[in-house]
Ligand binder design. Structure first.
Ligand code: FEO
Ligand code: CA
Ligand code: CA
Ligand code: CA
Length: 628
């Protein structure tokens, strides 16, 4: 056990940028009471279920049970648990070499910068599988690294050299790795020509409205059109033309200033950039990360990055048209009129949900680069009556000087038009069988307590109905006329997570939550090809108090039609489950196990006294049947 807990991203940001308490106690109580009335109506009278039902195609509710597994109980074992008839095997772990010129992971040293750059990165997150000319390519975000584990071989688990700092840097980014099944067991293909590490030092281009803007110019790039590297890549997306979208989330905490009294601009403060970093120390080995010397460098992060996994020499493209914020994932779909629509969450307490609609249409032979460079960026406003609208972010509507500036100061633009503050929008997933879209709102302890980083009010509202919300919910919306480019939509809540064994009010959760399937903090979200919704959690695993009986983080499947939710998998101690994809034959699902043992209490996956390592597992049926 550590004596001192490392703060989470959010806790650190709030420490360096404290927000005023907004509400006096009386006002909080008053609002909670009136909101309880609203919730009571929704939950107790069953109109919540009725609203959900009203969005369904007629006849769909009669569908038979579509789950091909038995629900499993919660678990606090330091192991991956799957239903009877299923098995889980490790595919690739942090530090596994991708080329035979790199050494095997050495637990005594935990590698070097050079070995890490040639190996699978740390903390697996969003992922997708691409089938290219018979090769199966797995592309994975390596979101961040737990410093206690990365440097756990050193006294006090601190970086002891510049190489230690650089090793941490090289553990971030994206991994492209070919995988193959031999005798039914999936593994990586070492030395495949497709294998690639994309790191915070890889050359990138800046595209879209903000490319070349003064705010993106630095000493190293006076043109404002090129950039180096990507980091803190959280969720992901896949374009209809077979490229990968890596989403830059908590990019801010890697910047610092030599002079800790240096005050960063208000614009950067909105994004949590400060003179103190989270302890990675990158400014010490690369001046780009010293915000007093390079105040525009943080403007070059916080984007969605497009990567072509089929060409290891391709230059990743940062897509400024999709806005700059703490991107979770990017759910890209082709609308019925051929335009490409991308739904995206900004994962911070009280931030917003966004939509991009391309100007051009996707058709064979079109310039797909242009599709994600020109379009309309909008932000969601949810009304309490179950309707909502997309507010376009234009210079006229926001008061910002240009579209370029909107693509850089996207949060400020969204605040200016009065978007709805949300309970941390994480992954968005579009139903392949119906024009409806789901988004995990993971939790928000500040709901009704403090404004967001821009000072916007965060009182309870329609899709965010609980104060001090530590369980989370999944909102879904259906665009007007089934047109994802329409400005109007209807919404409801697919599930309010909660603990019905502890709470009898709204904190007990919605009707489809019970003692056998309860969970907290939904985060990862993806539909399989059959239309089942897979839900992954990144929540509290104390198994005590509000979380009693919920065990370790887990993956569940939800039926969007009946609302039923079943637990499919539970992860090892202190992990989060994030990232999901399928083999091309749909007989194996690849699931990400992130930060096992983040507080020092796991030896997964290798057991014994081993160093815990983030890994991707391959889950399949013992009988070789389909899993998605
Ligand atoms: Fe990286 Fe919002 O999770
Ligand atoms: Ca996440
Ligand atoms: Ca999360
Ligand atoms: Ca996380």
């Amino acid at each position: 056990m550590k004596d001192e807990r490392i703060l989470t991203f959010d806790e650190f940001d709030e420490m360096v940028n404290p927000r005023p308490e907004e509400c006096e106690f009386d006002r909080v109580v008053e609002r909670a009471l009136s909101r309880r009335g609203f919730l009571g109506g929704v939950l107790a009278t069953g109109s919540f279920t009725a609203l959900a039902g009203s969005l369904l195609p007629t006849g769909a509710r009669a569908a038979a049970d579509r789950f091909a597994f038995e629900a499993i109980p919660a678990s606090t074992a330091d192991d991956v648990i799957v239903p009877p008839g299923y098995k889980a095997e490790v595919l690739v772990r942090w530090g596994d070499p991708l080329w035979s010129d790199a050494p095997e992971f050495d637990p005594a040293t935990r590698g070097t910068a050079a070995s890490q750059e040639r190996s699978f990165g740390d903390n697996t997150d969003g992922q997708d599988v691409f089938l290219h000319e018979g090769h199966v390519l797995l592309v994975v975000n390596n979101e961040y690294t737990n410093r206690d584990i990365l440097w756990g071989n050193n006294p006090d688990a601190k970086a002891a050299s510049d190489d230690d700092v650089a090793k941490g840097m090289m553990a971030h980014g994206v991994t492209v790795v070919e995988i193959a099944a031999t005798d039914g067991k999936w593994g990586i293909v070492k030395d495949s020509p497709y294998n690639r590490r994309i790191t915070p030092q890889t050359d990138m281009s800046l595209t879209g409205p903000a490319a070349g803007h003064d705010l993106l110019k630095t000493a190293a790039d006076p043109t404002g059109t090129t950039s180096k590297g990507t980091w803190n890549n959280c969720g992901n997306g896949m374009t209809p033309w077979g490229t990968y979208l890596a989403c830059e989330e908590n990019f801010n905490g890697y910047f610092s200033a030599e002079d800790e009294n240096h005050e960063v601009s208000a614009e950067l403060q909105r994004y949590g950039v400060s003179s103190k970093d989270w302890g990675y120390g990158w400014a010490g080995i690369d001046e780009r990360f010293d915000v007093s010397k390079n105040p525009n460098e943080p403007n070059r992060a916080g984007y969605v990055v497009e990567i072509d996994p089929t060409d290891p020499a391709s230059i990743p493209r940062k897509l400024t048209a999709l806005g700059r914020f703490k991107h979770e994932n990017a759910e890209a779909i082709v609308n019925n009129d051929g335009r490409v629509v991308v739904y995206m969450g900004d994962d911070e307490r009280g931030e917003f949900l966004y939509r991009f609609v391309s100007e051009g249409v996707y058709a064979a032979g079109v310039d797909t680069h242009a599709l994600l460079e020109n379009g309309t960026l909008s932000v969601a406003k949810f009304n309490d009556d179950g309707t909502g609208e997309w507010l376009d972010l234009t210079p006229e509507a926001t008061g910002l000087a240009s579209q370029a500036e909107i693509c850089i100061h996207t949060r400020q633009a969204a605040s200016a038009v009065g978007a709805t503050t949300m309970d941390r929008p994480e992954w968005v997933a579009a139903n392949p069988n119906a024009p409806e879209v789901y988004c995990c709102l993971t939790n928000n302890k500040n709901r009704g307590v403090k404004p967001n980083a821009g000072g916007d009010d965060t009182s309870v509202n329609g899709p965010n109905p609980r104060e001090a919300n530590n369980y989370g919910q999944i909102v879904r919306w259906r665009p007007e006329g089934g047109d994802h480019g329409a400005s109007g939509f209807e919404w409801d809540l697919y599930v309010l997570a909660g603990n019905p064994t502890v709470h009898q009010d709204a904190y007990g959760g919605s009707d489809n939550v019970n003692a056998d399937n309860m969970f907290n903090s939904p985060d990862g979200l993806k539909f399989d090809s059959n239309g089942l919704l897979w839900i992954q959690t990144d929540g509290k695993y104390s198994n005590e108090g509000d979380f009693e009986g919920q065990g370790n983080n887990q993956m569940l499947a939800g039926d969007p039609v009946t609302g039923e939710i079943r637990r499919f998998l539970v992860g090892p101690n202190e992990c989060e489950i994030t990232g999901l994809s399928w083999s091309p034959d749909r007989r194996t699902m690849f699931v990400g196990i992130q930060h096992p043992g983040e507080d020092g209490n796991s030896h997964w996956p290798d057991g014994g006294n081993s160093v815990p390592r983030s890994a991707i597992i391959a889950v399949s049926r013992e009988d070789g049947g389909l899993v998605g």
